[in-house]
Design a protein around this ligand. Structure first.
Ligand code: HEC
Length: 130
């Protein structure tokens, strides 16, 4: 009985630990976004660049920004960007969308992924922070 409760306590600590690591932090995400900035712009007045602008990304259909010349792979991927689809895509873009033009190897660190999603989520379709 006593051992069991120690194990449960240890499991709870482990769960809380990973919960904290996954907590989203937009300010930390802005630093991670520095890696995306060489190709993507976000915010008021953001324009398509080497990659499409990323305003209002959550809920957006992949390959749908007007005036951006997407690969067929992205256009036909059928993906709708959500926290879930972004989480796996940002880890391995070429795995989720074989043939994508996004020549970015991916983010390895789970916390970086959570934080950059939290950062991107702050921008509405008009680029204003929500
Ligand atoms: C070297 C340039 C480059 C970097 C760095 C880069 N991307 Fe991209 N990204 C692209 C290109 C090019 C596309 C368009 C892909 C296509 O048409 O297949 C794209 C597409 C995307 C899309 C799909 C957009 C849509 O409208 O469907 C998302 C989301 C995205 N990138 C997020 C990111 C994030 C977040 C980062 C940083 C962690 C990042 N990218 C880093 C070049 C880049």
């Amino acid at each position: 009985m006593k051992i069991a409760s120690v194990l449960i306590a240890a499991a709870l600590v482990a769960m809380t630990g990973s919960g904290a690591a996954r907590a989203q932090d937009g300010a930390a995400g802005e630093k991670v976004f520095a890696k995306c900035l060489q190709c993507h712009h976000i915010g008021v007045g953001a324009k398509n660049f080497y990659g499409p602008e990323l305003n209002g990304l959550i809920g957006r259909k992949a390959g749908s920004v007007p005036g951006y010349n997407y690969s067929d792979a992205t256009k036909n991927s059928g993906i709708v960007w959500s926290e879930t689809t972004l989480r796996t895509y940002l880890k391995q873009p070429k795995h989720d969308v074989p043939g994508t033009n996004m020549t970015f190897p991916g983010l390895q660190n789970e916390a970086d992924i959570s934080n950059v999603i939290a950062y991107i989520k702050q921008f509405g379709a008009d680029g204003k922070q929500i």
